[in-house]
Design a protein around this ligand. Structure first.
Ligand SMILES: [Zn+2]
Length: 85
């Protein structure tokens, strides 16, 4: 199936969707109560989607709590700086 009636991006597995979710958080600065916080298995297409509703994904919550998101952001900034040279 190429697309879902929800119009959301489809991810083949929970692990992939989770990776995308965490990466999104390291890449963008989400305002409180904005941005995707969880993944779910879609009943329409059978793939996983990100959602801004519901309970925050455990891994994401843990990453935020441990400061891994902001550390990753800092690392990315340095990488980008190095790439520009
Ligand atoms: Zn779907």
């Amino acid at each position: 199936m190429a697309s879902c009636s929800s119009g959301k991006k489809m991810y083949a597995s929970e692990a992939i969707a989770e990776d995308v979710l965490i990466e999104a958080w390291t890449r963008y600065d989400y305002a409180p109560n904005h941005g995707p916080i969880a993944i779910y298995l879609c009943e329409d297409c059978g793939a996983y989607h990100l959602t801004s509703k519901g309970v925050m994904n455990e891994k994401l919550a843990q990453y935020i709590k441990e400061g891994k998101i902001s550390r990753q952001k800092e690392a990315d900034r340095w990488l980008n700086r190095l790439k520009k040279k």
